[in-house]
Structure formats: C-alpha cells, structure tokens
Design a protein around this ligand. Structure first.
Ligand code: PGA
Length: 241
C-alpha cells in the first residue's frame, strides 16, 4: 500500500485527477471504476480541465460506478447517475453507452446485480478503481459487517450513512435507505485502487483501515490485501496515522 499525504482537499483532488489522466493516457481504452459523494467532486472538475487543456481522450474509456441509491431514477437530481453526468460525463468526450451505473429503479434486483457483474467482466474488469471511505469504514456502500465475499448486491444503509448523506437532500427523510452497490469482492478484483479521503471525520476510519485488523466491522480494512493500492489523503484525514 502506498500512502500519499497531501496538504489539503485541493491537492488531493489534483493528484487523483492526474493519476486518472495518466491511466487513460497509458491505456486509452481503460475501464475505470468511479465513486460519487463529496470527496471526488473536485477531482472530477480537475479531470474536466485536463480533458479541455491537455486533450485527455475519453472516447474509448469505459466506466462502472460503485453504487446507486435504490428507488431513485437516473433523472432524479439526487441519483448518482445524475451526479456523474453533472460532474463529469457531460463535460468530456465519453460515449454514453460506455458509462455504467446500477439502475436504482430496476424491478428485478438480482437480475440487475448479476448483469452489472457480467458487464464488468465482459469489459475485461476494472483497471483503476476510485474509492472514497465512509466515516464508518465503508467502501462503496458496503457497510460494516457486510460480507467480504459479496459481489454487486442490494444493501441496507446504516443510520450513520443516511445521516452523513442527508446533507445532499432537503431532509433526512428523503435519503433512500437502500442502495445497489458493487460488493467487496467486485472492488478487490480491480487491478489498481486509489482511495481518497479528506477531513478529520475520516481520520479514525483511515487509521483502522490501514493499521487495524482485517475485519468486516471495518470493510475498508480488506484493502490491506490488495496488491496495488494508493491512498491519497490530506493532513486532517491522516491525523491519526
Ligand atoms: P463522501 O462519502 O465522499 O461524501 O464523504 C464517501 C463515502 O461514503 O464513501
């Protein structure tokens, strides 16, 4: 595991965008695993700038997002599909058919999850996965005690996750209580992983993830076993290391 400590959110975002851009330059048909939430917003802005200024070409890139709220349509402004188009996809030359996000309105969840897994496999697997981390140690929406063996599945969100994400909604009652998420096993299959974290609310989870024991209580701790993990963290997130 490689730990890159940076000064602040700005630098974390710039470093992460440059790593992503480098991946795409090296392998123009890269399969990227993407994350949503507050953490990567600025990274996507930086990536858009790199596309505009340096011509980073996304025309052959494929993407698979980690998760989507269950019950939200892709046109709902709170959906992660909307987030991805708003923050990244509309501003770069990616082909719509090359972008993949679980369908939060799928009628048959198990078919949706199985076809998501199949699509990742058929694309050749994820070359580079971007992750954030929850204050409770979750990655994707794999909450504590979720199964290390799980692939894409329907998850019940923890109360703490609902509370953390309420800031993006008008009220906490509007936050969906379930999501479709890549499983830990799906995530671990990525060739390379970059985990980003900023702010002191992530400090304890990061400490447990990096130096604690590997346990489903801290889902991110399983990343200790990944062969190519880079963690980019700001001073506050790294304050307990
Ligand atoms: P955040 O979420 O980026 O909004 O802090 C990260 C996560 O829950 O994985």
């Amino acid at each position: 595991m490689k730990i890159v400590k940076v000064a602040d959110y700005e630098e974390m975002s710039r470093v992460a965008a440059e790593l992503l851009a480098e991946q795409v330059k090296q392998k123009p048909d890269s399969v990227l695993g993407l994350a949503t939430g507050g953490t990567p917003v600025r990274m996507y802005q930086e990536l858009v700038e790199l596309h505009q200024k340096e011509g980073i070409d996304f025309s052959e890139v494929k993407t698979f997002n980690l998760d989507e709220y269950y019950g939200l349509d892709k046109n709902n402004e709170q959906s992660y599909a909307y987030y991805m188009w708003d923050n990244l996809f509309s501003h770069i030359n990616i082909k719509e058919e090359n972008t993949h996000i679980p369908n939060g309105k799928a009628k048959d969840i198990s078919t949706e999850c199985a076809s998501y897994e199949r699509a990742i496999r058929e694309a050749g697997g994820v070359d580079l996965q971007i992750l954030g981390i929850g204050a409770n140690g979750h990655i994707g929406f794999n909450e504590p005690d979720d199964n290390f063996e799980a692939v894409t599945h329907l998850v019940e969100l923890e109360e703490s996750t609902i509370e953390a994400n309420a800031r993006f909604f008008e009220s906490i009652e509007e936050v969906p209580t379930k999501a479709i998420s890549m499983g830990i096993k799906t995530i671990l299959n990525a060739e390379k992983i970059i985990l980003l974290a900023n702010g002191e609310s992530k400090a304890k989870a990061l400490q447990e993830m990096i130096s604690g024991k590997i346990t489903p209580e801290v889902p991110a701790s399983i990343l200790q076993l990944h062969k190519d993990l880079t963690i980019v963290i700001d001073q506050e997130a790294g304050s307990c290391l």
